[in-house]
Design a binder for this molecule. Sequence first.
Ligand code: FES
Ligand code: FES
Length: 158
Amino acid sequence: MDTINVRLIVNGTPREGRCEPRKLLVDFLREDLGLTGTHVGCEHGVCGACTILVNGEAARSCIMLAVQADGSELVTVEGLARDGRLHPLQEAFREHHALQCGFCTPGMLLAALDFLKMHPDPTESQIREGLSAVLCRCTGYQGIVNAVKAAAPVLRRG
Ligand code: FES
Ligand code: FES
């Protein structure tokens, strides 16, 4: 099958690759760009494990084609830490035991970042509702809620 050129900005860096038009964005990130931090769970838009930011908004990279993202700016979990320091949200997840196996964590972090942008001072129930699109099979969610609540004022301060 013919391949198509896909150019993106990923975590602030221009990236480019060729792939078949049917290739999923998550597979392009993992297989073509080597960014394996984005996880693949259900592969049909249900679990949220593959959530990334596309042009600043949370999106499920398993239900987008790589070619659809051509020209977009993406943020994946690899883009959160800076200069060897965890992002404040990652720090809060570590502090509040918001992960166990870690499978949901990349998607949860990106979904939480997008959520906190729209809800900078969220209540617990807003956090639960806002993150309900990402499934976690381990934590029971309380640690995740605590972490997002703790990170909110840190992110507000910038
Ligand atoms: S792997 Fe994309 S939503 Fe489950
Ligand atoms: S930490 Fe295991 S699925 Fe969330």
